[in-house]
Design a protein around this ligand. Structure first.
Ligand SMILES: Nc1nc2c(ncn2[C@@H]2O[C@H](COP(=O)(O)OP(=O)(O)OP(=O)(O)O)[C@@H](O)[C@H]2O)c(=O)[nH]1
Ligand SMILES: [Mg+2]
Length: 195
């Protein structure tokens, strides 16, 4: 059986997961102003047998039924839990302009934020540490960016690679792509360097 390697892209609805995939894989998959654009799991070829996996947003959206949300959640967990999926590592995308508010609100209610749960899950299920992208960097100032990154350190998370990025201004995009390429080459070999 031919092995393919998967890099799942996780995150809350509207965080910028598809924007990341379009940037890295030069695709034009639909992105949306409203949350809930991607509804199905879609593997997108990055290079050779390495695929980025565009996942639907994980979390509550107004006007979306609980049944649909549960189905989406099941799809994602099933994909991430399937040993045959050869997941090298995951990339978790966060909307930095809302992360602190969402996290604070949930913390007040004693609920562990969904971003944190997902990062923990990725860290525990994959061999290499997950990347966390603090996206929409263009929408926050330096103090707020720092506040958001500091929130992550208040949780006991596995080892992470945290990057701030903007797919609107392309700030940090090239550096991230180079890091990703270097890691893939390191893990899978030199035939993966031409992208
Ligand atoms: N200002 C700003 N907008 C961004 C950035 N990245 C993505 N967006 C916008 O955010 C919206 C959501 O982007 P998507 O890439 O569709 O997000 P997603 O995580 O795939 O969303 P779902 O498929 O709904 O889960 C779109 O309107 C994007 O243009 C960014 O860095 N800055
Ligand atoms: Mg999407």
């Amino acid at each position: 059986m031919k092995i393919t390697y998967n890099i799942p892209v996780t995150g809350r609805p509207n965080a910028g997961k598809t924007s990341l995939i379009n940037y890295l894989a030069h695709t034009r998959r639909p992105v949306g102003k409203k949350a809930g654009t991607t509804l199905r799991i879609a593997p997108i070829q990055l290079i050779n047998d390495v695929f980025l996996v565009d996942l639907p947003g994980f979390g509550r959206i107004t006007k979306r039924s609980r049944t649909l949300e549960d189905k989406i959640k099941d799809q994602i967990v099933q994909f991430l839990d399937e040993p045959n999926n050869s997941i090298i590592f995951g990339i978790h995308v966060i909307d930095t302009s809302t992360f602190h508010i969402v996290t604070e609100n949930l913390e007040k209610k004693g609920i562990i934020p969904i971003d944190i749960e997902m990062i923990q899950f990725l860290g525990e299920t994959t061999k290499y540490p997950p990347f966390v992208l603090m996206n929409k960097r263009d929408k926050v100032n330096t103090a707020l960016l720092k506040q958001n990154i500091d929130i992550l350190t208040t949780y006991s998370l596995p080892k992470l690679e945290v990057h701030s990025i903007s797919f609107k201004t392309k700030d940090g995009c090239r550096e991230f792509r180079n890091m990703l390429r270097n890691l893939i080459v390191e893990v899978l070999g030199v035939k993966y360097q031409n992208w």
